[in-house]
Design a protein around this ligand. Structure first.
Ligand code: NAP
Length: 309
């Protein structure tokens, strides 16, 4: 039996993106049956957020990617599974594969994998392990027979500008590799959530990639936005060519750098090279989403929160 198209399970519902997807589902029509999939069970663990969900008719379900029985129960009767989990290969490949199996067994119609990145499909293997594992999972989901939709959005504004890898507000620098005229894609978390819901409400996005971008700015434009938002000029620091950047990553790996120390460069370099640039940006297809520009984001981010997340 086909499951109702208006029932949704959000895996990783307690996460930064997951809870915003629930908010976006609640804000938009049609009325939906929403299940917030949280690890560790009871609504109690998630405090006020879970209370708000329950008051709005959201069901909180226990959902651990390591526990197939919990996945079976969570997927029963669901039309769309949206995964917003985060983790290593045990989560992104193995855990999401168990969730996919449960979704297939339950007759789920659509599966959104936890991608939410720059264009992971145009980046060569071996540059960014986090994107590599998402392509590995795609090789499972694409041929599985479930309807799938990949959402690509460039860097989350909140993530990129909370890390001193690009802008170091204290040092007053913007650091880059390559050319300062290459456009980089950024989207705020709330806009990613809103576009995710718009994309899954669109029947034409089954078995496809949906690319959306809140803003697209070069290094020079980002520096100009920062100056306009804060009144402070940034010193542009060019560290070298793109090839120099990749050599730096190899040097860090050889020196045994902590994976988290390498992560910003692993994401930023393919953006700065243009390899991770989004193609066929679909913003115009979803006019109800009015995205936050980088300038407006920066005004809020740097002035009201001092750049801290
Ligand atoms: N483009 C960008 O710049 C950017 C930046 C950040 C994130 N992202 C992407 O956005 C997506 C969501 O990230 P996020 O920042 O929202 O992550 P997050 O805040 O860390 O939330 C991830 C959620 O996944 C849940 N989870 C992890 N392993 C699980 C398991 N085995 N079983 C059940 N639940 C599990 C966690 O549960 P607990 O609460 O129990 O730990 C958590 O609620 C990811 O695909 C991430 O790569 C993109």
């Amino acid at each position: 039996m086909e499951n109702t198209h208006t029932s949704y399970l959000i895996a990783g519902a307690a996460g930064d993106l997951g809870h915003r997807i629930i908010d976006a589902l609640l804000r938009t029509r049609p009325a939906r049956e929403i299940r917030a999939g949280v690890r560790g069970g009871s609504a109690g663990k998630h405090g006020n957020r879970a209370e708000g969900w329950i008051a709005n008719g959201v069901t909180v379900v226990n959902m651990d990617l390591d526990d197939p029985l919990s996945l079976k129960h969570a997927c029963a009767g669901v039309g769309t599974v949206i995964s917003a989990v985060q983790g290593g290969p045990d989560t992104i490949i193995d855990g999401q594969s168990r969730l996919l199996e449960a979704a297939l067994a339950a007759g789920v119609g659509r599966f959104v994998p936890s991608d939410f990145s720059e264009d992971l499909f145009s980046i060569p293997e071996g540059i960014n392990p986090y994107l590599d594992m998402r392509r590995t999972f795609d090789r499972k989901v694409s041929p599985s027979g479930i309807g799938y939709t990949h959402i690509l959005n460039g860097g989350f504004m909140e993530a990129v500008f909370s890390n001193p890898g690009l802008i170091d507000a204290e040092a007053g620098t913007i650091t880059y590799w390559g050319d300062d005229e290459v456009p980089l894609d950024f989207t705020s978390l709330n806009d990613v959530a809103a576009w995710t819901v718009a994309a899954i409400d669109d029947p034409t996005t089954v078995n496809s990639v949906v690319s959306v971008a809140g803003d697209r700015r070069t290094i020079a434009q980002i520096a100009a936005d920062y100056a306009a938002a804060t009144g402070k000029a940034l010193h542009q620091v060019r560290r070298g060519s793109i090839a120099d950047g990749y050599a730096e990553l190899r040097r860090m790996a050889k020196a045994g750098a902590h994976p988290m120390a390498m992560l910003p460069l692993q994401y930023l370099l393919p953006m700065m090279s243009g390899e991770g640039a989004l193609c066929d940006i679909a913003n115009d297809q979803y006019p109800t989403v009015r995205p936050t520009s980088l300038l407006d984001f920066m005004k809020r981010h740097y002035l009201t929160r001092g750049g801290k997340r």
